[in-house]
Write a protein that binds this ligand. Structure first.
Ligand code: GYE
Length: 311
C-alpha cells in the first residue's frame, strides 16, 4: 500500500504547492512553447515552479530530479529526453513519496514508478502522417526520406513505428533513407542536404517525413537551396503544428502536419491538484489529441491563432 506523503496531501489549494520541472531543453519551437505554457500555468495556479533545463542530457535530468527530491518538492514534472534509464531515480522519488508526472514523452519503466503521463499517442501521430501520404500519392511510386527525432526518445521510436505501420502493404511507398535530425532545424537542414546529395540532387525523392516541424522547416530550406520546390517536387509531412509550419503550408512549401498541444502542464497540474484533494490516483495515461492539418485548412488563420498560445 502507498503511504501518502504529508507534504503533498492535506490542503486543497495549489497555493503552497512546490513543483520541480525537469525540461529537456529548447530543441524545438514546440518545446519552447511547452516551457512558456508550463510557467504560465504554474503562475496562474499559484504553484511555485522550480525549472531546470537539461540541455538535452539525461544525466542533467537525473541530477535535477535528485536535487528536487533533496529540496523536498511536493511533485515533479519530467519530460524524459530518452525512454530508458529512469528506474533508479524514479524509485528514489517514489521512496521520498514525491509523485512524478511525465510530460510529452514516455519511459520504459514500470508504471508504478510515476503517477501519470500526459502525452499524445505518439504511434498514432506517425500513422496519421503515413496515412496522409498513402492517400495523397494514391498508388503512385514514391521514395520517402525520413528525419527522425532524438535517438532513443519515445517520440522518435513511436513516430517511426506508426509511420511504417501506415505504409505497410503499400509497395509503391518506400523509405529509402532515415536518419536522426535530433528534432532541431539546424540538423534537419544538414541531414536533408546529405539526403539530397545522395539521391541525385533530390530528383529521386518524392516525399519527406519529419518527426517534427522544426526539422521539416530546416529541410524545406535545404530543398529550396537544391533548386527544388518543397511541397510540390518533394511532399513534406511532419508533426507538432508550430506556427512556422503553417506559414510554410500557406506558401505551398509544406503539405501536412499533425497537431500536438504544447499545453501538457494544464492537464498535469489538474491531475496533481485533484490527486492532492481526494487522494485518488489519476489514470496512468492522460492522452492529448492528434489532429491532422493540410493546406486546405486555412493555414494563415491557424498561424494567427497559434501565435498567441505559448509560441
Ligand atoms: O514533437 C518535438 C520535441 O517530445 C513529443 O519533442 C515531444 C517532441 C516534439 O522536441 O518537437
Amino acid at each position: 500500500a502507498t503511504i501518502l506523503a504529508a507534504s503533498f496531501f492535506g490542503t486543497a489549494s495549489a497555493a503552497d504547492l512546490t513543483v520541480g520541472f525537469s525540461q529537456i531543453g529548447s530543441e524545438s519551437g514546440w518545446r519552447a512553447a511547452e516551457t512558456t505554457l508550463t510557467k504560465q500555468q504554474a503562475e496562474e495556479r499559484g504553484i511555485d515552479l522550480k525549472f531546470a533545463d537539461a540541455q538535452q542530457k539525461q544525466e542533467n535530468q537525473i541530477k535535477a530530479l535528485r536535487s528536487f527530491i533533496a529540496q523536498g518538492v511536493d511533485a515533479i514534472l519530467l519530460a524524459p529526453v530518452v525512454a530508458t534509464g529512469w528506474d533508479e531515480v524514479l524509485q528514489e522519488a517514489k521512496d521520498a513519496e514525491i509523485p512524478v508526472v511525465l510530460l510529452d514523452r514516455t519511459v520504459d519503466a514500470p508504471d508504478d514508478l510515476y503517477l501519470t503521463a500526459v502525452t499524445s499517442d505518439l504511434v498514432h501521430e506517425g500513422k496519421v502522417a503515413g496515412q496522409w501520404l498513402v492517400d495523397t500519392v494514391a498508388g503512385k511510386d514514391c521514395n520517402v526520406v525520413e528525419l527522425q527525432g532524438t535517438t532513443g526518445s519515445s517520440p522518435a521510436i513511436d513516430r517511426k513505428k506508426g509511420f511504417e505501420e501506415a505504409l505497410a502493404g503499400h509497395a509503391n511507398l518506400k523509405i529509402i533513407r532515415s536518419q536522426t535530425g535530433d528534432f532541431t532545424r539546424t540538423k534537419g537542414k544538414e541531414v536533408m542536404e546529405s539526403f539530397l546529395k545522395a539521391e541525385d540532387g533530390g530528383k529521386n525523392i518524392c516525399a519527406l517525413y519529419a518527426h517534427n516541424d522544426d526539422m521539416a522547416v530546416g529541410a524545406i530550406q535545404a530543398i529550396k537551396e537544391a533548386g527544388l520546390k518543397p511541397g510540390t517536387d518533394i511532399l513534406v509531412v511532419s508533426i507538432d503544428a508550430v506556427p512556422d509550419i503553417f506559414q510554410a503550408m500557406a506558401a505551398g512549401e509544406a503539405n501536412a502536419t499533425v497537431e500536438l498541444t504544447p499545453n501538457m502542464a494544464g492537464p498535469a497540474f489538474d491531475a496533481l491538484e485533484a490527486y492532492r484533494k481526494d487522494g485518488k490516483a489519476p489514470p496512468k495515461w492522460i492522452q492529448t489529441e492528434s489532429k491532422l492539418y493540410t493546406q486546405a485548412d486555412d493555414p494563415m488563420k491557424v498561424y494567427e491563432e497559434k501565435k498567441g498560445l505559448g509560441y
